[in-house]
Write a protein that binds this ligand. Structure first.
Ligand SMILES: Cc1ncc(COP(=O)(O)O)c(C=O)c1O
Length: 391
């Protein structure tokens, strides 16, 4: 039987939800990437003409290419950090490939992994599947979705890994530099690794837009990045790991069995994008900031919805009134209005909806208007039902 020898792992809630519904909606408010760009738009942002790109592409012999990523790409990735050099970077198939490899390399049965939740489910389900004891540090709305560091200190006793997503998916919270330093000191005390999934780095609502990476603050950080979210290029399926050499060595051993190399064309386009990082992130910033203003006005006006306003990233958790389970609510909304959110249940946090607000601005505005109509009808219906049962 299939499940006998196979590794046991939980279903990946969000990925199953997205695979099932993202092509069946009119208004995708579940997407977590900053609105993706075309190859043409990439060239425009990078100031490269088509001829120059073709000049590089046409003579390209499609071998496996540079096994660990080209020097050009790894230098462009390293430049996103203050302390990394190209030798500290390993290129992977998306951040999803990076996270997978990192846990394979770091975690053994019986290890303690503290994971700050809600999170991207790889950070709990993969270590669980590898036999780790996973301890959950729950973010709470009343704390602005920021971790209680005293709680972290006690949970982290004996931990091998502390895993977090910063800027945070799904809540949109952002750890201040002082908190990052405190988390680093907790980890240092335990000799623990921090797995820092920073795929949303570069999308802050305030300031320059790119806040510090844990990679530059704590020597035992394994940092994960990606072209998908802040860089709007998920189609490249390209991510990376940056961290201490001994971890990269262990990761490499696993990587040889599942990656070989990333595509040469992807490597080239990612290099172009990262070399134009300031321009691309400026575009992303203006999208996340303008769209969050739209979302914020909507939440303020919507009687049944409340949230903690995001500080970074592309997502927010919306709290709704009533006791309809989040999946039922999402399915009804999708059916009646064609609007797709992600139900909290897919993220193990019932009573909330996750919105991805960094997609197309018109889709966001129209989708929110449809959602208002749906919520008004729902409130009417429920009011009617209550009145009916009272008589
Ligand atoms: C926190 C986080 N990590 C990793 C990923 C995977 O990203 P990629 O497209 O780079 O594989 C996602 C995608 O939603 C994510 O939200």
């Amino acid at each position: 039987m299939l499940h006998h020898g196979a590794m046991r792992i939980r279903d990946f809630g969000v990925e199953i939800w997205m695979n099932r519904w993202e092509t069946a909606c009119r208004y995708n408010l579940a997407e977590t990437c900053v609105e993706s760009i075309t190859v043409e738009a990439l060239l425009g942002l990078a100031g490269i003409d088509r001829g120059a790109l073709l000049g590089e592409l046409l003579p390209m012999r499609l071998t496996y290419g540079a096994i660990e990523g080209t020097d050009r790409l790894r230098a462009a990735i390293a430049a996103f950090y203050q302390t990394a050099t190209p030798a500290d970077v390993l290129v992977t198939h998306g951040a999803i490939g990076a996270n997978h490899l990192v846990y394979q390399a770091l975690v053994e049965p019986g290890d303690i992994v503290v994971s700050i939740v809600p999170t991207y489910q790889q950070h709990t389900s993969i270590p669980e599947s590898l036999g780790a004891e996973v301890r959950f540090l729950r973010l709470r709305e009343e704390r602005g979705w920021l971790p209680d560091l005293d709680e972290l200190r006690s949970l982290a006793a004996g931990a091998k890994v502390i895993a977090l997503v910063n800027p945070n998916n799904p809540t949109g919270s952002l750890l201040a530099q002082a908190d990052l330093r405190e988390i680093a000191s907790i980890a240092r005390h335990e000799g623990a690794w921090i797995v820092a999934d920073e795929v949303y780095r570069g999308t802050d609502q305030e300031g320059a837009g790119t806040s510090p990476s844990l990679v530059d603050l704590y020597e035992r950080t394994v940092g994960i990045g990606s072209m998908s979210k802040a860089f709007s290029l998920a189609g490249l399926r390209l991510g990376w790991i940056t961290g201490p050499r001994d971890v990269l060595g262990a990761v490499s051993r696993h990587r040889d069995y599942s990656v070989i190399s990333v595509g040469m064309v992807d490597d080239l386009l990612a290099s172009i994008a990262l070399e134009a990082r300031d321009t691309i992130l400026r575009r992303s910033r203006s999208i996340v900031r303008e769209n969050l203003a739209t979302l914020d006005a909507w939440v303020t006006a919507e009687p049944g919805i409340s949230y903690v306003k995001p500080r970074s990233g592309t997502t927010a958790l919306l709290r709704y009134e009533g006791d309809l389970p989040s999946e039922a609510l999402c399915l009804r909304l999708l059916e009646t209005e064609g609007v797709l959110f992600t139900p909290g249940s897919a993220l193990d946090i019932e009573g909330y909806l996750r919105i991805g607000y960094a997609n197309n601005a018109t889709v966001l505005r129209d989708g929110l208007a449809r959602t208002s109509a749906f919520l008004a009808a729902l409130a009417d219906g429920q009011a009617g039902a209550t009145a009916g049962s009272a008589t």
